[in-house]
Design a protein around this ligand. Structure first.
Ligand SMILES: [Fe+2]
Length: 195
């Protein structure tokens, strides 16, 4: 087991899992008013390059592209395009091409995954490897980290946004159940001891 895997897996302990706890998780999710990610929106510096990255490389079909004449909150004339790439659960990663706010170079960058990143589920380790090779051949380097519960491929999209392609193997179900038992206590402990 790698150091990183060990860190993540031992952080939630190794408490026994009662089979009823799986049902409780399903029930908890079923009654949540917050149903899931609809879309995440980010700025875009090059519409076609962004479309190529999400639609051709990551195989997420572009399902919406809106050309809007006015700024949404002020009504000021400021045309922009807002476009969406769909994932397998119906949620999307969306972009704004908004010349009045940003044109050409990104107005800000996201230095590391610790500042901001968006993680996208993929369906297998094979998919991680498939996309790693495809991204590499298109000039997008990536870094793979096995966290145990998450097999993660980190990379940066054409707009400077950090992305994580993520696969959680079935064996990580127990990790999530254990994590749920201790999450509040762990955060409290962190707050009490944070330097
Ligand atoms: Fe992450």
């Amino acid at each position: 087991m790698s150091h990183q895997e060990e860190n993540v897996l031992t952080a939630v302990g190794d408490a026994e899992i009662d089979p009823k706890e799986r049902e409780q998780v399903i029930a908890r999710r079923a009654k949540s008013r917050v149903r899931g990610l609809n879309h995440h929106a980010y700025y875009c510096t090059d519409g076609e390059k962004t479309r190529h990255f999400y639609e051709d490389i990551l195989e997420m079909p572009m399902t919406i592209a809106l050309r809007i004449p006015d700024e949404v909150f002020t009504g000021k004339q400021a045309p922009y395009c807002h476009f969406f790439f769909e994932m397998g659960d119906g949620s999307s990663i969306a972009f704004f091409d908004y010349p009045d706010f940003f044109d050409g170079e990104p107005p800000f960058t996201v230095p590391t995954v610790y500042h901001h990143h968006i993680a996208i589920n993929v369906d297998s380790d094979e998919a991680i490897d498939y996309f790693r090779q495809k991204l590499e051949s298109e000039g997008y380097p990536s870094t793979f980290v096995d966290h145990g519960a998450f097999h993660s491929l980190y990379l940066r999209d054409p707009n400077g946004m950090n992305l994580e392609l993520c696969y959680s193997p079935p064996a990580s179900d127990d990790f999530f159940l254990r994590a749920g038992k201790v999450a509040h206590a762990e955060l409290k402990q962190w707050a009490a001891t944070r330097a």
